[in-house]
Design a protein around this ligand. Structure first.
Ligand code: 13P
Length: 252
């Protein structure tokens, strides 16, 4: 079995002024020396990415976007492309976050195309999958997650997953304070890995699968201790440096 380096990524969503973000980044930077195992990533809003680049340049932390367009450049008012993120020093980009699926009409197909565009730009996509509460209650969790994952694999092939990260984010746990139990999360993570293993065991073994949904300093350790949970994608708790750093240290 491979040893997967844990990864903890902060998804700032649409939060932060220049001043607040500079303070947050300075706090994170100051604490990076205390993080032993995890790769630390921050994903600020587009307009704050240059600030993250300036603050985190030369540190062990990386930064990324929260979204990208499928096109490389051109007449796409309001959009930001993969090559632009790459040019701003991003290593990662989140694709298919449930908020984008639910509020901005991103279908499985669009998400798959964004995943492809991210890799074509040399970025590591963090592919978000996860079920709604109603889907969980209807025992559809595995079917939903499989459908979301398969859309990507069908477009880019399983080999492309080698240069990506998957984040399981049950929609009912996002921003609600209701975390999936370690066992609930582990069950879905195991399912995701097994589904990938069905196509390529080695890629499955190396694939980082993050958990997201009300992860915080106080519950990160037991979630990340699960065999198939390789880190976290953190919303609210990534906006407070000490809280975020506590999560980053959870795998140590
Ligand atoms: P919260 O940590 O605020 O629940 O958000 C999780 C999330 O959506 C990260 O992408």
């Amino acid at each position: 079995m491979s040893v997967r380096q844990p990864l903890v990524a902060g998804n700032w969503k649409m939060n932060g002024s220049q001043a607040e973000s500079a303070k947050l980044l300075a706090g994170i930077k100051q604490g990076l020396g205390s993080v032993k195992k995890a790769q630390v990533v921050v994903c600020p809003p587009f307009i704050l990415i240059p600030l993250a680049a300036k603050e985190l340049q030369g540190t062990s932390a990386a930064w990324g976007g929260q979204n990208l367009d499928t096109h490389k450049s051109g007449a796409y008012t309001g959009e930001v492309s993969g090559p632009m993120l790459k040019d701003a020093g991003c290593a990662y980009v989140i694709v298919g976050h449930s908020e984008r699926r639910a509020m901005y009409g991103e279908t499985d197909q669009v998400v798959a195309e964004k995943f492809k565009a991210a890799q074509e730009a040399g970025l590591i996509p963090i592919l978000c999958v996860g079920e709604l509460l109603a889907e969980r209650e209807a025992n559809q969790t595995e079917a939903v997650v499989a459908r979301q994952l398969d859309a990507v694999v069908n477009l880019v092939g399983v080999a492309a997953l080698a240069k990506s990260v998957v984040a399981y984010e049950p929609v009912w746990a996002i921003g609600t304070g209701k975390t999936a139990s370690p066992q609930q999360a582990q069950d879905v993570h195991r399912f995701i890995r097994a589904r990938v293993a069905g196509k390529d065991a080695k890629i499955a073994d190396n694939l980082k699968i993050l958990y997201g949904g009300s992860m915080k300093g106080s519950n990160a350790k037991e979630l990340i201790a699960q065999p198939d949970i390789d880190g976290g994608l953190i919303g609210g708790a990534s906006l407070v440096a000490e809280e975020f750093l506590t999560i980053c240290r959870a795998p140590d």
